[in-house]
Design a protein around this ligand. Sequence first.
Ligand code: PLP
Length: 398
Amino acid sequence: MHIAQRMSRLGTETAFEVLVKARKLEAEGRDIVHLEIGEPDFDTPQNIVDAATEALRDGFTHYGPAAGLPQAREAVAEYIERTRPGVSCSADEIVITPGAKPIMFYAMMATLDEGDEVIYPNPGFPIYESVINFLGAKPVALPLQESKEFRFDLDDLEARISKRTRMLIINTPQNPTGGILTREDVEGIARLAHEHNLIVFSDEIYSRITYDGFQHTSILEFPGMKERTIMLDGFSKTYAMTGWRLGYGMMPASIASMVAKLQTNCTSCTSSFTQVAGIEALRGPQEAADEMIAEFRRRRDAIVDGLNRIPGFRCHRPHGAFYVFPNIEGTGYSSQRMADYLLYEAGVACLSGTAFGQFGEGYIRFSYANSIDNINRALDRINDAVSKLVRDEARIEG
Ligand code: PLP
């Protein structure tokens, strides 16, 4: 059958492809430690599950409004005000979607014209670049720097702004590096957005997952930014709800109605009973989420310390999200070759840094949303496999 030309411009997310390869090895009897997929290994907290089953019994089994149930939009608006100091938000600025990901697609569809330039973090979540290309807009990569704890230079950002720049994408805390923008960074970005009349797409899906006293700063907190910002957040990471598919965006009401129209054309609406469970997630007890975050911090320390003992690896200790992005240049292997080597030789699934863009070369990504036991098992295996490799290379050179 004919395939439309535009499909050649659509990218993908390698994490799911690596998962398929890993599952194939498991089917052949291999034991694999999964550190590739960015999803909490915890179960969804019980109060949220109970709210969903109750909602099913109460008849939340029908279509709902395209932008989301009014009470769910209300709860999200209230949560945003609670978690972003000084930000005012009303329900008509919220659209609820099946997972947060559609907000990327819908919001860019609603605001980008062909030829518009979009500045985006690289390495970064691969779907940004994919959607920009798909829409015929032009991706302009903004390199993140390991020496700046995977933040970027404001001067670098400014140098990339042209007359065609329509949008700037930021993601803090960040996937794949765990980097987090400081308040000064965000303030500087807000200033540039005003000066150059840019739309800011602010991906805040990891906003609650921060460590060491680092606080997430939303660009919405700066004067006048609400009018030019589309903010993405959701339930997948904070409440271990990846499979529920529930997320949301906050944006000016005029854009929200366009995004709702896109949703009418694609999915009609987000599942009604999951939205009711989402209200419980936001308004109910937060202890389970806080405990998960405390456990992530312990795992982060275990994986960072372990990786820094492996020859040729150098791993920064990130302050957010649940990823580490070690530099592996010292091994002499490229990122993709190392990711394949670790999967096939060590039975550890991870992602090549290049799955997140060209500036990911020299790095690999591990998700530490897995148990301490599995993380330790993975570290032992990586250490054995990489030490062997370094010994073999030394022998060949000798
Ligand atoms: N944004 C970033 C940076 C992510 O890492 C992810 C998921 O991995 C998403 C958005 C999408 O979240 P959801 O699963 O709610 O669609």
